[in-house]
Design a protein around this ligand. Structure first.
Ligand code: ADP
Ligand code: MG
Length: 444
């Protein structure tokens, strides 16, 4: 698969916007950068706030279309400035958080308490984070959060950083992943710079280290961390740690560290129950300005069970499809975006099966689907075929164009939009299409 952060693909995205949407394109688009694609969303980074405002106001649709055309995937686009996108309600100025190199480390601006949904699964973890933010160094020290991936540990840890920074602007806060600590230590040893390394970590008021399971089996770093921990603890500096399991279950972690990690409060985060998942969906859709009917919310909440990050991925797919086909979000669209089981569209079909179904139902020949004729009697089946191929196979737009007589990806994209909007406006056509889809599902 092509990676959207890949320069070539990014050039395609920009090229597409320029040629298909010349009226919104601007010279400074050359300054835009593509971020790392995550959960079906491509971050597009502007150099400043003015650019960001322009993009949000005029260009979302064009970039989503372009990103989908360039990658051949159902992706969404989010604009941000190089410093952050202002999503959520973070304080106007991000806290000064130092990274291992002493540079300011960007936090995710959306990871604030206001955006965190509290439920039975995370109540203790949330309450202890709030308590620690309000009286660092005295409430629980250390605070140790654990839970499996995607359940909000990083979100809570960063929320503490924001809250402490807002309450005590002078506080020296250090948030980092354990991996950075480990690498920083190795580097310091190699370069004989241990003293500098030590003073960097031991001179802070709040030390937050994410994913400490990364210390597992790294004896040298564990030893170093042990001393850092003791120094900070002795001076009542707050320490907050997270991991994917409780201290005693982190493999090859020295006993003395296990015992220290248990000194304060250990709080577990469990997977969210249905009610909490629903509340998270509502919170996230509101933050994105999306509107979902209740049955659609319920469908998403009941498909994605174990991991909140996947919930976000599902919302991105729904948002992507709605924008791509310019349709309102309803249950049918959500089912289509996520598949009936919510595990993603049924993508197992062979394009040959789609072709033969279409030729049979519309009484056209394969050579018609692949030929050049543009009369309505063959153009419509051809477009339906492309639309179905897009939804039921993993093939990219280019590949689908190839199957349909070597057409280019913009033709396929155009067909998908056309069929998508016809589906919305024409009830008879819609039921015909649903018939075809049901027939395909039976084949698959
Ligand atoms: P972890 O660090 O435990 O792997 P993250 O903190 O990265 O998980 O969370 C994954 C995603 O899920 C983030 O986008 C986060 O905002 C979101 N998330 C997790 N739990 C919640 C919650 N209770 N309320 C709102 N968003 C949540
Ligand atoms: Mg994390």
């Amino acid at each position: 698969m092509m990676r959207p952060s890949n320069d070539v693909v990014w050039d395609d995205v920009l090229g597409y916007v320029r040629t298909r949407h010349p009226s919104v394109a601007r010279g400074w688009f050359l300054q835009l950068q593509a971020g790392q694609m995550e959960a079906g969303e491509l971050p597009v980074l502007a150099a400043n706030q003015a650019q960001l405002d322009y993009l949000n106001e005029h260009c979302l649709q064009a970039f989503i279309e372009a990103a989908q055309a360039a990658t051949g995937r159902l992706v969404s686009v989010r604009f941000a400035t190089v410093e952050g996108d202002g999503r959520g309600r973070a304080p106007a100025s991000a806290p000064r958080v130092m990274s291992a190199s002493g540079a300011v480390l960007p936090l995710n601006e959306g990871y604030v308490f206001e955006n965190f949904v509290v439920g039975p699964c995370n109540r203790l973890a949330h309450a202890s984070c709030v308590a620690v933010s309000d009286s660092p160094g005295t409430a629980y020290n250390p605070l140790f959060l654990h839970g499996s991936v995607g359940l909000g540990k990083t979100h809570l840890l960063q929320a503490v950083c924001y809250r402490v920074a807002a309450g005590t602007p002078a506080a020296r806060i250090m948030y980092l992943s354990c991996e950075m600590f480990v690498n920083g230590f190795i580097d310091a040893v190699e370069h004989g710079a241990l003293e500098a390394f030590r003073s960097r970590y031991r001179g802070v008021d709040l030390l937050v280290i994410d994913d400490v399971q990364f210390l597992s089996g790294r004896e040298g770093t564990q030893e170093e961390f042990f001393h850092t921990f003791n120094t900070l603890h002795q001076y009542r500096k707050q320490i907050i740690l997270s991991a994917d399991s409780p201290p005693a279950e982190i493999p090859s972690l020295e006993e003395r560290l296990v015992s220290r990690f248990n000194w304060g409060l250990v709080a577990r985060i469990d997977p969210p129950g249905l009610e909490t998942r629903l509340a998270i969906i509502r919170k996230k859709t509101k933050l994105r300005g999306m509107e979902l009917p209740e049955d659609a919310e319920l469908f998403i909440a009941s498909c994605v069970k174990s991991n909140t990050r996947e919930l976000e991925g599902a919302l991105n797919r729904v948002h992507g499809l709605a924008t791509f086909e310019d349709r309102p979000i309803d249950l049918a669209l959500v089912r289509e975006a996520l598949g009936d089981q919510g595990t993603g569209p049924a993508k197992r079909m062979r394009i040959q099966d789609i072709m033969s179904l279409v030729t049979e139902r519309f009484s056209v020949k394969l050579s018609d689907l692949q030929g050049r004729r543009r009369s309505k009697s063959v153009a419509l089946p051809r477009q339906v075929g492309m639309y179905l191929a897009r939804h039921f196979t993993e093939h990219s737009l280019e590949e689908i164009g190839g199957f349909f007589g070597g057409r280019d990806h913009t033709t396929v994209l155009h067909a998908c939009k056309l069929i998508g909007s016809r589906r919305e406006t024409n009830v008879g056509f819609r039921s015909e299409l649903e018939d075809l889809e049901a027939a395909l599902r039976q084949l698959g």
